[in-house]
Design a protein around this ligand. Structure first.
Ligand SMILES: Cc1ncc(COP(=O)(O)O)c(C=O)c1O
Length: 449
């Protein structure tokens, strides 16, 4: 049974049938499965995914058929083509098509080829990667830098290497998967504190230090939480860590390069550049390529992570092309052009934020950063709206469980420096009308059930 809304038919089946499951079933139901045959026990999951695809309720694994330009083309596995404003990329300063970045990448390919000799431990470095380490050390005021093949690997590998069984890790409850997984794999005792709550950190630390003064405590947070567009009071948090003899790790994947007068991200904004014990980050947002890094004032910690961090010894190093693109991007980030681009992306994000708010939508977060999350709430409405926006010509990602809570689905809009005011206004129109339609549709469905 279907009801037609502008653009797509939305399934309105009764509870328990396949179309209702496609719209409403919680993905976490599939997270723990049992059964002896690993090749068949996920068949129910696949059937559910296929139902979602057929009903236009499956926003994942789309491909881009163009570069990450402000207007782009993306295509779903079922062939739905979306051409229009692109708020689904992470190229915050619009550097992926910058001539200096492309030239550097081409030159590196010609000079060193497409691959390194192996892991960083076994010949994976080259002159460009050494220059990139030095450039990052200077930009972050932190002498010792190690490169990783991805941002995910930098968070995971650093925590996994540094922390041991008797140690303690305190993570913000909304920490990125790479940080959680690194903590879990380390064998240390892991506790979570309420999102952004420095008083809670203090309480946890007091509790730990009341019984254990011999082992290390690592407090882990992020410069900007990209699902929520908010930021901790970092200077205060650092002070609390110092008070209790704990070390601080900040993942600056989303803010480094994109925020701060000189591109130093939230560490610069909060006046603590060079003071944080462990800074990890990713090139995949502002630095026009994939890869990641650890920056630390501790020479021994860096060497230890290089020897014992899994991705440093057992995974091939970031390629010459990646290092060259990141180095060229870093050059722009730290130049007056970088400052201009940061102003542009802030203006785009502000226009988007204000325009969506004026339409009565709930825009999350309180920092002006390139990420503009728009709260939907219930997951079924989000799924319907995501199908609608794909057909209406807006590229933007729905975020649902497990990335966020089941009643906190949202669109994560990501601004770019080169977005025009027309791109922003078109995105506001499409998002607003599709969310309204999805909400009306859900009201209609609930009324019938
Ligand atoms: C906070 C944070 N850390 C790490 C990563 C992983 O970065 P990458 O995609 O470059 O591996 C991300 C990306 O989603 C992130 O948001």
């Amino acid at each position: 049974m279907t009801t037609t809304v502008p653009g797509i038919p939305v399934p309105t089946g009764t509870p328990g049938d396949r179309s209702t499951d496609a719209r409403e079933k919680d993905i976490m139901r599939f997270r723990t499965v049992s059964g002896p045959d690993l090749t068949t026990r996920n068949d129910a999951y696949l059937a559910w995914q296929r139902d979602r695809e057929q009903a236009d309720l499956w926003p994942y694994f789309r491909r881009y058929d163009t570069a990450l330009t402000p207007r782009a083309t993306s295509v779903s596995d079922t062939g739905v083509v979306t051409h229009g404003p692109n708020f689904g990329g992470q190229d915050y300063l619009s550097l992926t098509g910058h001539p200096a970045v492309l030239d550097a990448a081409h030159q590196a390919l010609r000079d060193y080829g497409p691959i390194t000799a192996g892991s960083p431990a076994l010949g994976g470095a080259n002159p460009i990667s050494k220059a990139l380490e030095a450039g990052l050390a200077e930009a972050l005021h932190s002498d010792h830098v190690a490169l990783f093949p991805t941002g995910w690997a930098s968070g995971f590998g650093t925590i996994r290497a540094l922390m041991h069984r008797r140690d303690h890790i305190l993570l913000d409850k909304l920490s990125h998967d790479s940080l959680r997984q690194g903590a879990a794999a380390s064998g240390a005792t892991v506790e979570f504190f309420r999102h952004l709550d420095n008083d809670a950190v203090r309480r946890h630390l007091a509790g730990i230090r009341a019984t254990d003064t011999k082992n290390a405590v690592l407090v882990v947070t992020e410069g900007v939480f990209s699902m929520d567009s908010d930021t901790p009071q970092l200077a205060e948090l650092l002070g609390i860590c110092r008070e209790y003899g704990a070390q601080l790790m900040v993942d600056v994947a989303h803010d480094f390069g994109a925020m701060g007068e000189h591109g130093g991200g939230q560490l610069e904004v909060h006046g603590i550049l060079g003071q944080v014990d462990f800074v990890v980050g990713a090139f995949s947002k502002t630095f026009a390529t994939t890869g990641g890094f650890l920056a630390t004032p501790s020479a021994s910690a860096r060497e230890y992570v290089r020897m014992f961090g899994g991705p440093q010894t057992f995974s091939s190093a970031i390629t010459p092309v990646q290092t060259a693109a990141a180095l060229a991007a870093l050059g722009i980030v730290t130049s007056p052009e970088g400052a201009r681009r940061r102003k542009s992306v802030a203006a785009v994000a502000t226009r988007l934020r204000e325009g969506l708010t004026a339409r009565g939508l709930e825009v999350m977060g309180d920092v002006v950063c390139p990420v503009v999350p728009v709260l939907i709430g219930d997951t079924p409405t989000g799924r319907i709206a995501s199908g609608l926006i794909a057909r209406a010509g807006l590229i933007a990602h729905l975020v649902e469980q497990p990335a966020v809570a089941s009643d906190a689905a949202r669109f994560r809009m990501q601004a770019m420096a080169d977005h025009s005011t027309e791109d922003v206004d078109a995105a506001i129109d499409i998002l607003d009308s599709c969310i309204r339609t999805a909400r009306q549709d859900m009201t209609h469905i609930i009324g019938r059930s």
